[in-house]
Ligand binder design. Structure first.
Ligand SMILES: *Cc1c(COP(=O)(O)O)cnc(C)c1O
Length: 229
């Protein structure tokens, strides 16, 4: 099983390089985050061995039970919805929170980060299709939220994380990826080079996301197989 996971990561890396080249990008600009919810340590270590760049967990609870077994040098991102009462714990476990959807949550992170005398990295979670069932900021509200978050002293706004609708044929998502990338570039033009992460693309659509400007894909099932809850 471990060998299959390692092999998957190598194949995905190759596919990402090809997708990057198709759109004239340097493959080194794209990171692979392994979305490790429900996966055990053996599976996660196989993905690390295969060469993923980052680990992403959805809950503080799961992160707490696993991260002590993982190298301190591996970047760890929070990709799930964060409850306000879990922020303090999350800042200790994770290097970056991708799922900031409101100014209220950003303010709580800022307050906890100030206690740690740190500047903490976050992304704004975007919901480009405006689906009511999904968390995340609509495209129209991203710039004003970004401006407000930038005023917080102990937060470094590093970019955007997109949550796309599921689509049988991911090709229909291409315009949404493109619009999200354009918005990313627009915000980057006002914030500067530290705004450098566009976390976009999952198992079903990562090649298209890379063609459309993603700098980080978040992959679960295509690395580990289908999830069993
Ligand atoms: C689970 C998850 C992923 C990966 O999903 P797959 O479809 O298995 O690749 C990516 N992002 C988030 C936020 C997730 O919760």
């Amino acid at each position: 099983m471990s060998e299959a996971i390692q092999e998957n990561v190598r194949r995905i890396r190759e596919e990402i390089a090809q997708a990057a080249q198709r759109s004239g990008r340097d493959p080194k600009q794209i990171k692979i985050l392994a979305a490790t919810k429900t996966r055990n340590i053996t599976e996660i270590l196989a993905a690390v061995e295969g060469g993923v760049d980052l680990i992403g967990e959805n809950t503080v609870q799961e992160a707490r039970s696993k991260f002590e077994f993982l190298s301190v040098n591996l970047g760890k991102h929070m990709i799930g919805t964060l409850q306000p009462n879990k922020v303090k714990a999350a800042l200790r476990l994770f290097d970056l929170i991708e799922s900031v959807q409101s100014l209220e949550l950003a303010r709580i992170i800022d307050r906890e980060a100030s206690k740690l005398k740190k500047k903490y990295s976050v992304l704004i979670e975007v919901n480009p299709a405006g689906e009511a069932s999904k968390q995340g900021t609509g495209l129209d509200d991203v710039e004003s939220l970004a401006n407000e978050i930038c005023k917080l002293e102990h937060i470094q706004l590093r970019g955007l994380m997109s949550m796309m609708p599921h689509a049988e044929n991911p090709e229909i998502l291409r315009p949404l990826f493109r619009t999200t990338h354009q918005l990313f570039e627009k915000v980057r033009a006002s914030i500067g080079d530290k705004f450098d992460i566009l976390s976009m693309g999952m198992s079903n659509d990562y090649k298209i996301a890379v063609e459309e400007g993603s700098t980080q894909v978040r992959l679960g099932s295509v690395i580990f197989g289908e999830r069993k809850y």
